[in-house]
Design a protein around this ligand. Structure first.
Ligand code: FES
Ligand code: FES
Length: 281
């Protein structure tokens, strides 16, 4: 029996959604439904980073945060994750250390890009060791600023990201890991009706079965293309099958003469753990 709701961790609570338009983006959910308007819409096509939010995933028992573009991420893709947005950062009348460093280093002028930069750097703040300037530049490569300039932004990141996170997410890490662990029920997800749905199967068999039953469905892995079909071409896609729940599709296997890359493997996972070693200088 498939679970008929997607669920994610938000502000310490598990959110369950049993009804959602299949193509609902995370950004539209935040701004139009949750009314959390700190996350901005710039290009709405995954280029500028204004809409960056952090997703926390359980990896080897701990929560690891990564920045994602909410504008082209489908809401169904955050099943099983923790969602953190810029609206959550300041607490008890105090700015988050990344926000404070932005103020102290004059790293914001018009401010439109700032929530996205702050959330990208929130994930770097939680990444462990203190980064170099080059690592910071690489980390914010998906965030564009047209007026401040990058030097003060990198200065702010150098100040804040010291490898010793001390915010509410660091303090609550064990609790968040426990909740994320309890949410992993290994169930297929199917939300909607046979005519209009978002499905997130967890096994290759379940994925094959769904694809055979619904040859007109759109199969989505990262959504970097399909996201633009939705936000730019305004296409109606009533049936969405997400591949991200099938763990074997994330596998990358090196063989003597080739590398086998699963259809749901991310570019970062493939590049940093496998392909980079084969680059010619
Ligand atoms: Fe530009 Fe999302 S709004 S990347
Ligand atoms: Fe204006 Fe960055 S502060 S775009």
């Amino acid at each position: 029996m498939a679970r008929q709701a997607i669920r994610f961790l938000r502000r310490g609570q598990v959110v369950e959604l049993s009804s959602l338009p299949p193509t609902r983006t995370l950004l539209d959910y935040l701004r139009l439904e949750e009314k959390s308007k700190g996350t901005k819409e710039g290009c709405n096509e995954g280029d500028c980073g204004a809409c960056t939010v952090a997703l926390g995933s359980l990896e080897e028992g701990r929560v690891v945060y990564e920045p994602v573009n909410a504008c082209i991420l489908l809401l169904g893709q955050i099943d099983g994750k923790e969602l953190v947005t810029v609206d959550d950062l300041a607490a008890g009348g105090k700015l988050h250390p990344v926000q404070k460093a932005f103020v102290d280093n004059h790293a914001s002028q018009c401010g439109f890009c700032t929530p996205g930069f702050v959330m990208s750097l929130f994930t770097l703040y939680h990444a462990g060791a203190a980064p170099t300037r080059q690592q910071i530049a690489d980390h914010i490569a998906g965030n564009l600023c047209r007026c401040t300039g990058y030097r003060p932004i990198i200065d702010a990141a150098m100040k804040a990201c010291d490898g010793r996170p001390a915010d509410q997410w660091a303090a609550g890490a064990a609790g968040a890991a426990r909740i994320l662990c309890s949410m992993h029920d290994g169930a297929d997800v199917f939300v909607g009706t046979p005519e209009s749905f978002v499905a997130r199967p967890v096994s290759p068999d379940a994925l094959s079965r769904l694809a055979a039953e619904h040859p007109d469905a759109t199969i989505v892995s990262g959504a970097t293309d399909v996201g633009l079909w939705i936000t730019k071409q305004l296409r109606v896609l009533p049936k969405i099958i997400l591949t991200g729940g099938v763990s074997t599709l994330h596998d990358v296997t090196e063989m003597p003469d080739r590398v086998s890359i699963g259809a749901a493997a991310t570019y970062a996972a493939v590049y940093y753990t496998h392909l980079r070693a084969h680059e010619t200088p």
